[in-house]
Design a protein around this ligand. Sequence first.
Ligand code: XMP
Length: 317
Amino acid sequence: MIFDAKEFIQEAIEETKKKVTGRAIIACSGGVDSTVAAAIVNEAVGDQLTAVFVDTGYLRKGEAEEVRAMYASIGLNLRFVDASEEYYEALAGVSDPETKRKIIGERFIRIFERVAKEVDADFLIQGTIAPDWIESGGGARDVIKSHHNVGGLPKDMALTVYEPLRDLYKDEVRKVARQLELPIAERQPFPGPGLAVRVLGEPTRERTAIVREACAIVEEELEKAVASGEMTELPWQYFAALLPVRSVGVQGDLRAYGETIAVRAVASIDAMTATHMRIPHSVLDRISRRITNKMKDQVNRVVYDITDKPPGSIEWE
Ligand code: XMP
C-alpha cells in the first residue's frame, strides 16, 4: 500500500488531540523526525506544546543558530537550553558507545523533566520512528544499539510518552515533512547523541571540535560537487568520524603522530540497510586536503569507509 502523507497527517492530528490532553513538551533536535513530530503536535494542541532544544555540545557547526531560526519561522514555542558544559563533564572518561548513549539519553530526559516542571507539562512527545525501536530491541530483535530516543528513558519518569511517528520509516517521515512544507524535508539524518558518537573513544571538547570541523568540510565539499554537476546527487547521509587510532606521518621535516578521520557517505532509503557511495576521487581528494590543511597539527590521515550496512552500521558507534 502506498503511504499517503496527507492522510497520515490528518489522522495523527486527530489521534494527538485525543491522547495529548494536557500541556506537553517535545525534545526537538532540529532533525527531520523531531521537527515533524513537533509540527504535528503543534497543529493539534497549539500553545499547549513547548519545544525544548538542547545544545549538548555535540551539535554540528552553526547548528544551534540555524535550528533556532528555523523553529522561530514555523511558530514553535521554543525553549533553548545550553547544556554543553554539563555534557562534557558527564562524558569525561567515557568511551564505551552504549554507555555514552545511555548517559546522553538520560541527561536529555532529566533536562526535559526540569523544563516540564517549569511549564507544568504531563506529556513528553518524541520523534521516535520505527527503526529506532526495532534496533533498540523492541519486539523480538536483538539490541543492536540503544537509540537515543529509547535507550535513555529512566523507569521513574513522571511524564507520559507520546510518539506520533513510531510506525513510520524515514522516507515516510520525509514525505510528511514535504507535505507540511517544512524546510528540513531534505536534511540528512543526524543521530540523537550527535557528534559524541562520531568521536570514537572519549568525546572531549577538543576531539569533538576536530570532528565538527571535519563533518563541515565533508558536507561542504559534497554539496559543492553536486551544485557544480561533478556529482549527480547528494548521498543519503555523509559525515566524518574521528577514530581512536593515531598513526605516523610527516609534517615539514618532522615525524608527526596524528589523528585519523574516516569519511562516510551512504545511499539508503530507510537506514535499515545502506550502501557506501562511489564518491569521485577528485572530491575525496579535496576533502582529504582540506581536513589535513585545516587541522594540520591534529589530523594527518583521512580514510574512506567502503562498508555497506550490513555488515557495518551507518554510524561508527
Ligand atoms: P546506524 O548507525 O544504526 O544508524 O546504521 C541508522 C540511522 O540512525 C541514525 N542514528 C540515530 N538516530 N538516535 C537517532 O535519532 C540515535 O541514537 C541514532 N543513532 C544512529 C544514524 O545517523 C543513521 O541515519
